[in-house]
Design a protein around this ligand. Structure first.
Ligand code: 2AM
Length: 193
């Protein structure tokens, strides 16, 4: 199954992103908006994982999470991928305790590597994909439309767990299914769903 490790957003942060998407309605024809309930902060994309290996990965992630502190983040800023040329993705950024986020992400990468899943060969840019450009619609007007929301900012929220997701690719778009939640902090426990 196709898997990735991520941080889920609390409902208030999802609501902030939904409001941001609504303020960008001028782009409705060009962008497929991510459903707010599906928006997440990816730490690592594992790709295809054989079913038999999932329990060991869940255990390794839960162990790693137990050694990491909880931390706070907030949504802030917007941007596009790639940084120049035709736009493919519109994202919201995060601020707050970024050193803790990067430490958490690096620790997870090391743990996943020890399970046989080496990291992707590109730097980590924490982001929340709020929309994907429909083919052929990523012209400079997309970047222009984002200018008024450059100052987008949300309220601080606690990050207390990591979630291993299965990504199901459907014709209507991807669906993300939580496989395991691993609490950050010394009393980490694993809750199989
Ligand atoms: P994205 O939102 O920037 O596309 C599930 O696909 C999650 O894993 C998404 O958050 C996606 O990031 C992320 N991801 C990272 N690398 C990926 C890859 N090579 N293929 C698909 N998704 C990837």
């Amino acid at each position: 199954m196709r898997c990735f490790l991520a941080i889920e957003l609390p409902p208030a942060a999802r609501a902030e992103l939904e409001k941001l998407q609504r303020s960008l309605r001028v782009l409705d024809r060009q962008i497929r908006w991510t459903r707010p309930g599906q928006i997440h902060l990816t730490l690592s994309f594992l790709g295809e994982v054989p079913d038999a290996e999932v329990p060991a990965i869940c255990r390794a992630v839960a162990d790693a999470a137990g050694g990491l502190p909880a931390f706070d983040l907030r949504l802030e800023g917007t941007g596009c991928f790639p940084p120049r040329g035709p736009v493919r993705v519109i994202w919201a950024g995060v601020r707050g305790d970024l050193p803790a986020l990067h430490h958490c992400q690096r620790t997870c990468l090391a743990v996943l590597e020890s399970c046989g899943y080496p990291p992707e060969d590109r730097p980590y840019h924490p982001h929340l994909t709020i929309g994907r450009v429909r083919p052929g619609h990523g012209g400079p007007d997309v970047r222009t439309a984002l200018e008024p929301v450059a100052g987008f900012t949300g309220r601080s929220f606690p990050v207390g767990e990591l979630v291993l997701f299965q990504s199901l690719l459907n014709p209507q778009g991807p669906h993300y299914l939580p496989l395991v939640r691993a609490r950050l902090g010394p009393r980490a426990s694993q809750e199989a769903l």
